[in-house]
Design a protein. Structure first.
Length: 261
């Protein structure tokens, strides 16, 4: 029997088969879950195409996290299909080009607010939209699990700039959501991943050097093409193996976060 047998999981952020969320969706299916994906904007058709690489007919909802009407419509659409949501995967990030690249002064509030809304506030917006369905998971026995994707925000990285600030907000927000959803048996955790070559990662200028340094600094080594290691941790947190873990950040980074200079 799979670790996620019978679980109903919404996975956001699947753009291509290189997306971290794609690896999560595939492994979730392998472990017995039924998955629904969401996609946004111009990437929606790409998400639909990528969904065909999964097993069976996988539904794709339209959710641009900056559009409240999308969230409302998606929740009611999913509510017609499922009576509850056992897992929600947040794998969404975006920052305008001015927010990245190694100069924190380049971006102005106009650009920064986009990065913070899409990459961090969206966790609250998503959870809020699906909260009744997540809370309904209690009746299934184990409660529900929200898992977000993070990049360690405890230090300043060479080129990550405002995306790093957005990740710091995401980390803090996940703890507040864990506080307010515990009584509904909804757990909220993050997986802080090392760099993996995805569309989002490729759009960050200078990210290649960042990737090379990672492998050199990681006691376990690091493969920037291996999204499966990140997906495994997400599956663990979505499963019933961590029933008393919430507000946590699990590092899947080859050990880099624990190393000094
Ligand atoms: P990805 O494949 O490019 O996925 C990013 C996703 O965010 C895309 O599906 C994108 O959809 C979506 N997105 C952007 N703006 C959105 C919006 N307004 N509404 C809804 N969705 C939106 O890249 P990824 O690397 O797998 O990223 C997934 C998550 O992992 C992100 O949170 C990222 O920060 C995190 N992460 C990545 C790495 C890495 O090295 N790759 C490391 C640590 C953490 P559209 O393009 O269609 O808008």
């Amino acid at each position: 029997m799979g670790l996620l047998e019978g679980k109903q999981i919404l996975v956001t952020g699947v753009l291509t088969d290189a997306s971290l969320a794609f690896a999560v969706a595939r492994l979730a299916q392998d472990q017995g879950a039924e998955v629904v994906l969401s996609g946004a904007g111009r990437g929606l058709s790409l998400t639909r195409r990528t969904a065909r690489k999964l097993t069976g007919e996988v539904e794709v909802l339209e959710i641009d996290v900056t559009r409240p009407e999308h969230l409302v419509a998606a929740a009611s659409e999913l509510g017609r299909r499922w009576d509850r949501l056992d897992g929600l995967v947040h794998a969404i990030a975006f920052a305008p080009p001015e927010c990245l690249g190694g100069d924190i002064f380049r971006a102005q509030w106009e650009q920064v607010q986009v990065a913070l809304q899409v990459s961090a506030y969206s966790l609250k917006a998503l959870v809020e939209a699906f909260r009744p369905m997540l809370a309904a998971g209690v009746s299934a026995g184990s409660g529900a699990s929200v898992v977000g994707l993070d990049l360690d925000a405890t230090v300043a990285w060479p080129v990550y700039d405002w995306m790093g600030v957005a990740k710091a907000m995401l980390e803090s927000l996940s703890r507040y959501l864990a506080r307010d959803l515990g009584s509904e048996r909804v757990r909220v955790n993050l997986v802080a991943a090392g760099p993996v070559k995805t569309v989002a990662a490729r759009s960050i200028p200078g990210f290649a050097a960042f990737e090379e340094n990672w492998a050199a600094r990681a006691p376990l080594g690091w493969d920037v093409h291996d999204s499966a290691v990140v997906a495994k941790a997400c599956i663990g947190l979505l499963s019933d193996l961590f029933p008393m873990t919430t507000g946590e950040i699990v590092h899947v980074d080859g050990g880099v976060h624990a190393m000094g200079g």
